[in-house]
Design a protein around this ligand. Structure first.
Ligand SMILES: [Mn+2]
Length: 293
């Protein structure tokens, strides 16, 4: 907890001390911008070299909205505790978010596992940004969407994740073990039994990790009586119906540069944003999304 408070202290100090530089220079929205009802972004992982802050700033500039949901893993407290990494562009993102709140956009922050330090401040607001455990967004066409980061579902599917890892590394070994096991079984007069086929079945289940996650989150949204859910966490943008419940994952700003937006008429859309005018593709680094979820 102590470390969490330190991290928050550092973060707020940076926010307070940061200069409104690039973030404040764009009062007039660029041509071609779209006024939206809501924007959902998550998994920015500010404080890590993988965060595509320039692309995100450009996206925010082009997508003004009435509501902005920060769906977790915004600031990577886990990484910052290990090594301080906070370039100007990351400061600009924070300034941009605060400025958006100042200008009348309702900014809601649902903490994730990498910024779980903020969960201690649920019910408070910082610079006009509300911190909540989870949220319910009502679309213009009357649908309710449960907004949650999604890490609470790790427990449900952790077993499958573990099996995927073991399966990858030990499959070859199990084939060998299988042979020995069956030699032994034959000697004892027992029939052939395929260990590898048994494990293969398990591994196949494990590789369905993403699907399991999506199904579990959608089922919980349904149980809570909502029409759909917006989450992040697994860094895989998606929008589809699962057993009559709308599952939306707004992706991430480490690899996929994606966001979920709601148009003024309530229509939802996944936006992938790759253009950064005047910039090279911002500092691409080899990064495993699995490490950051
Ligand atoms: Mn996460």
């Amino acid at each position: 907890m102590r470390a969490a408070f330190d991290a928050l202290g550092d973060w707020t100090a940076h926010m307070a001390g940061g200069q409104d530089t690039a973030a404040d220079a764009d009062d007039a929205h660029p041509p071609g911008h779209r006024q939206l009802r809501a924007v959902f972004i998550s998994d920015l992982h500010l404080g890590t070299p993988g965060c595509q802050a320039e692309g995100l700033l450009d996206f925010l500039k082009h997508h003004p909205s009435e509501h902005l949901y920060l769906v977790g893993d915004i600031v990577d407290g886990w990484q910052l505790r290990r090594r301080w990494f906070w370039p100007q562009a990351h400061n600009d993102v924070v300034q941009k978010l605060l400025r958006r709140a100042r200008k009348g956009c309702r900014v809601v922050f649902v903490p994730g596992n990498h910024d779980e330090f903020a969960r201690a401040f649920v019910g408070h607001s910082f610079g006009g940004i509300e911190v909540v455990e989870d949220a319910v967004h009502k679309t213009a066409d009357g649908r309710t969407l449960w907004v949650t980061h999604g890490d609470y579902f790790d427990g449900v599917i952790q077993c499958a994740k573990w099996l995927a890892y073991v399966g990858d590394n030990l499959y070859e070994f199990t084939l060998k073990l299988n042979r020995h096991l069956n030699t032994l079984r034959a000697r004892m007069g027992l029939p052939y039994w395929s260990l590898s086929a048994y494990l293969k079945g398990k591994v196949k289940t494990a590789l369905n990790y993403v699907t399991d996650f999506e199904v579990a989150v959608a089922a919980e949204a349904r149980r809570r009586g909502h029409d759909g859910v917006v989450c992040g966490h697994i860094h895989r943008a998606e929008m589809r119906e699962i057993d009559g419940t709308l599952y939306c994952n707004d992706g991430d700003w480490v690899e996929s540069h994606t966001a979920l937006v709601e148009h003024m008429d309530g229509r939802l859309e996944l936006v992938q944003w790759h253009t950064v005018p005047g910039h090279q593709a911002a500092g691409k680094q080899p990064h495993s999304s699995e490490m950051l979820v």
